[in-house]
Write a protein that binds this ligand. Structure first.
Ligand SMILES: *Cc1c(COP(=O)(O)O)cnc(C)c1O
Length: 411
């Protein structure tokens, strides 16, 4: 009988979002006609910008004619898109990359998970805690972690606590022992962003140790503070120790279209069995060429359109819309007496849950305000005591939610 991958059996049951849904539905059954406001969502709500829609339609028409039809494209992505990525996402920040260091894909979620495949099975992993649950679960699936303890901490996986003391953006802790470190900046769920000094400490640590940083910048477009890095390659030496992940999902509202990319610099190496240096670029290139057939042509055309002058203006307006929601949540809750974090360079506001139990606060917020948020404990052990509110909702409804919290549930 075939044996299953026991990494999957080691996973804790999907808990956070199913449990949020279960409690919300139970509340709605008990309170018919409740006027619920959902500030728990990690998805965008604004429609696609006109430039992207026009490019999609144009590409669909091209696909309809024999002369302009396109079948399989380059696995790594079309040059017309990669050129725009280099010119707009990196060159203005002083980062120069070669076009073939960029790998276009259909999602940063799968990229951050799949990247583990090019490392030895015994590579050890560290995550900043709390964080996007994908990094932890995919580490467990890859059999790089042992069973979880009562608090949900998997054995063999290193959790680096993100706390108020370190502004939720920890530097490498003393004696950190890991081969791969996931860093998410701006962070989901805390909204914290690594500053240049802390990132430089990570790069120095990784180079010294021969570790690789897996830098998820899915929310970089939300950074407002001019002094904060958008790319890890803004730090000297990062090309020798970091892989960066980007996504059009939150930046341009492509969660339903699917487009992302990752950067694997040619200068980045790992150790081979004989102790020699092996370029990770060659391995990832091989992986992509073998297991992936590219993101779809119309979607890549839509992605390129996002970089046009009109596209950039339209996308910036959507981001400004969400960031105004973030401001409304952050300032309104602070005025209501809450301790709030994030929301200034990220679409998430992170707050201290009064009472310290994040699920208890979830229930109280739902019952007194009819507002749904996300308990911090669901993002990792260090998230207990905190709560995430998302700025991806409708502006009027967000204001209404904040008004309810201020009047019915001040801290
Ligand atoms: C939403 C999100 C992504 C985006 O993933 P896609 O697969 O590109 O939609 C990546 N990382 C984090 C932390 C996210 O929250």
């Amino acid at each position: 009988m075939v044996h299953v991958n026991d990494g999957y059996l080691n996973l804790r049951a999907g808990y956070l979002f199913p449990e949020v849904a279960r409690r919300t539905e139970a509340f709605l059954r008990a309170h018919r006609g409740a006027d619920l406001i959902r500030l728990g969502i990690g998805d965008v709500t604004r429609p696609l910008v006109p430039s992207a829609v026009a490019a999609l339609k144009e590409a669909a028409d091209e696909m309809a004619r024999a002369e302009t039809f396109r079948g399989y494209g380059p696995e790594r992505g079309y040059d017309f898109l990669i050129e725009k990525i280099l010119a707009h996402d990196f060159a203005p920040r002083g980062v120069s990359l070669e076009p073939d260091e960029v790998f276009v894909s259909d999602g940063a979620k799968c990229d951050t998970a799949n990247i583990q495949e090019i490392f030895s099975p015994d590579a050890t992993v560290a995550v900043v805690d709390p964080v996007y649950p994908v990094y932890v679960d995919t580490t467990v699936m890859a059999r790089r972690a042992g069973p979880p303890d009562a608090a949900g901490r998997y054995a063999g996986l290193t959790y680096i606590p993100a706390t108020e003391e370190n502004n939720f953006a920890p530097a490498p802790p003393e004696g950190l022992d890991a081969d791969l470190v996931y860093l998410c900046s701006p962070n989901n769920p805390t909204g914290a962003v690594f500053d240049g000094k802390t990132l430089a400490a990570w790069v120095a640590w990784a180079r010294e140790r021969g570790a690789v940083l897996l830098f998820d910048a899915a929310y970089e477009a939300f950074i407002r503070d001019e002094t904060l890095p958008h790319s890890i390659y803004e730090i000297d030496g990062a090309k020798e120790c970091a892989i960066e992940f980007r996504s059009f999902s939150k930046t341009a509202g492509f969660t339903g279209l699917r487009l992302a990319y990752c950067v694997v610099p040619k200068a980045l190496t790992g150790e081979g069995p004989d102790g020699g240096r092996v370029p990770l670029h060659a391995l990832w290139n091989r992986r992509v060429g073998t297991k992936f057939n590219g993101a779809s042509y119309p979607v890549q055309k839509a992605g390129a359109a996002v970089y046009s002058e009109a596209g950039r203006r339209e996308v910036a307006a959507n981001i400004a819309y969400y960031m105004e929601n973030a401001r409304v949540i952050r300032e309104g809750l602070a005025e209501a007496g809450y301790r709030v974090f994030g929301g200034e360079n990220a679409p998430y506001v992170w707050l201290r849950a009064p009472g310290g139990d994040s699920w208890a606060f979830f229930d109280r917020l739902l019952e007194t305000c009819e507002v749904v948020g996300t308990p911090g404990a669901g993002f990792g052990p260090s998230g207990e005591g905190y709560f995430r509110l998302s700025a991806f909702g409708d502006a009027e409804r967000t204001k209404e939610a904040v008004a309810r919290i201020r009047t019915r549930l001040p801290a």
